[in-house]
Design a binder for this molecule. Sequence first.
Ligand code: MG
Length: 381
Amino acid sequence: MKKIGILGSTGSVGKQALQIIENNLDKFQIIFLTANTNADLLLEQSKKFKPKFICINDKNKKDYLSKSLNQTKLFFGKEGILELCNNQEVDLILNSIVGYHGLEPTLQIINSGIDIALSNKESIVQAGHIVIPLAKKNDVNIFPVDSEHSALWQCLIGEDSKTIKKIILTASGGPFRKLNENEFHKITKSEALNHPNWSMGEKISIDSATMMNKGFELIETKWLFDINVDKIEIVVHPQSIVHSMIEFIDGSIKAQLSDPDMRIPIQFALSYPHRYEIKNINFNVNNFLKLSFEPVNLKKFKCIKLAYDAIKLGGSYPVVLNVANDLLVELFLNEKILFNMIPKYIEKTMNSHHVIKNPTIQEISEITKWTENYIKEMVKI
Ligand code: MG
């Protein structure tokens, strides 16, 4: 029985993870669940899975939850989340917190020596230079939940990573692959949320529409697989069947394919080294007789270019990229800024910040605060 804690259990990945666990109750046990603000769903999940602990980040919901709980102990706030990240009863913690607030929990889990199924890619984007060496030092496994990185991980099973020649990271191209960039300022929230292939949370859906998501995944790939960004090629693959590929030094290429269904990578991150059956997945090759690939347009999707620049310049650049993007996506979702302003504002923020070469955790937190203030000033809200 694998004992699991989930950070962000009411989000898209958290909910799918619980579905997987519900279908495999002989293999997994939930020890704790945490949520940001959705107290009602957390309560419902708590009644169903009977975790020992739950935590709500929003302290206003504390009284409401505590009235309704019997056996389950309630934690609240960031302190509560961090305390649960040090719970030695669990074998694995799924970090599916959205955005830059996921970093501190990631570091706490690694410091506690607990394996992590990582859905919070922002942890790696902004602090890969700290997270990855720390995980190595503490002998902690980071199992990627992202479908592309799950694909790369699966392709590498039984291989020597020194024999990688090139990584080909696939991208669906998002909902605006065919739209002229002159039209980008007209894009509405509902158009941007309407991803052609994947069903995901709001933040990552917008990141997919701007293609910043692929930029983040480029940075994530560099750190998770210890590979130079020059050896990572992004290619648009509109069907989202090939989830990424590895070319080895002998010219052989391995790819992982499946229906675009997040249950597959989420479950593999939880079940590794085992594979368990997932019902209702019926890949039909006849539906995909033409798999196509096309180059990515960096002029149109400026966010990818910004991510390339940020990781090449290194230091504090990826922190600013990540935090600025989080805040601007939220502003777009609240209909305060236009879609095409997201990369423009990120670029301006990156160019205006005071560069730090090898930021410590303390410095990352200072840069985060600076970026929050800078964006508030710039967007004037
Ligand atoms: Mg992905």
